[in-house]
Design a protein around this ligand. Structure first.
Ligand code: F6R
Length: 246
């Protein structure tokens, strides 16, 4: 794992955007895996103004709430349109998210996996980090070989996401998520974590042996992982100065 500690969230966001923009410049047909949530918002804002053409890019989001359609304001479809897709030259039919209204969620997940394969696999997946160490909506206890599937959200994940819905009970109980095994097949992984709420999950990731108790620790098995942290998220890492970007 290559770890970079940036001074603040703004620098982290610019660095993440720079990594993605550079990849797309070198390989215009890049296939990206993308997260939603608060963490990538700054990166998406920077990409909106990067001047990079996404005309040949394909995107696959990590997850979507089960039961929310693309037009629901709290759906991840809506989030992606508002934060990124509406502002760049990426054709809509090259953006992919699981369909939260699919009549058969298991078949929908199989369709999603097949679409990733047809696209040639994921070149780079950007990930946020749950306070409980989840990646996508792969909650603690998820086997590292898991594939894209319907899942039940952990109580602390629903609490953490209540800010978008008004209350934890209003957050859908289930979602469709890319599996950990699916994520690990990406050629490159970029994990972002910002803020002190993530500091303990980051410490566990970098000090404990890999375990399904901390889903992000599956990334330790991947040969090309870059971790971008701000100072607050890195606060509990022993010897963190060696990773600090001047
Ligand atoms: C979202 C996702 C989640 C988030 C994580 C962190 O698509 O897959 O794993 O990345 O819950 O969320 P934020 O960034 O809101 O702290």
């Amino acid at each position: 794992m290559q770890i970079e500690i940036l001074a603040n969230y703004g620098d982290l966001s610019l660095r993440a955007a720079e990594i993605i923009a550079e990849l797309v410049r070198q390989r215009p047909g890049t296939v990206l895996g993308l997260p939603t949530g608060s963490t990538p918002e700054g990166c998406y804002a920077a990409l909106r103004h990067s001047g990079v053409s996404f005309a040949q890019v394909q995107t696959f989001n990590l997850d979507e709430y089960l039961g929310l359609g693309p037009e629901h304001p709290q759906s991840y479809h809506a989030f992606m349109r508002e934060q990124l897709f509406a502002h760049i030259d990426l054709p809509a039919d090259q953006t992919h998210l699981p369909n939260g209204l699919a009549p058969d969620p298991v078949t929908e997940c199989q369709r999603y996996e097949a679409a990733i394969r047809t696209a040639g696999g994921l070149d780079l997946v950007m990930l946020g980090l749950g306070q409980n160490g989840h990646i996508g909506f792969n909650e603690p206890g998820t086997p590292f070989a898991s594939r894209t599937r319907p899942v039940r959200l952990a109580a602390n994940t629903r609490n953490a996401n209540a800010r978008f819905f008004g209350s934890p009970n209003a957050v859908p109980a289930k979602a469709l998520t890319m599996g950990i095994g699916t994520i690990l097949e990406a050629r490159e992984i970029l994990l972002l974590a910002a803020g002190e709420a993530k500091a303990d999950a980051v410490r566990r990731l970098l000090t404990d042996p890999p375990s399904p108790d901390l889903p992000a620790s599956a990334l330790l098995e991947h040969p090309r992982v870059r971790v971008l942290l701000d100072h607050a998220a890195a606060e509990l890492i022993p010897g963190r100065l060696q990773f600090t970007v001047p």
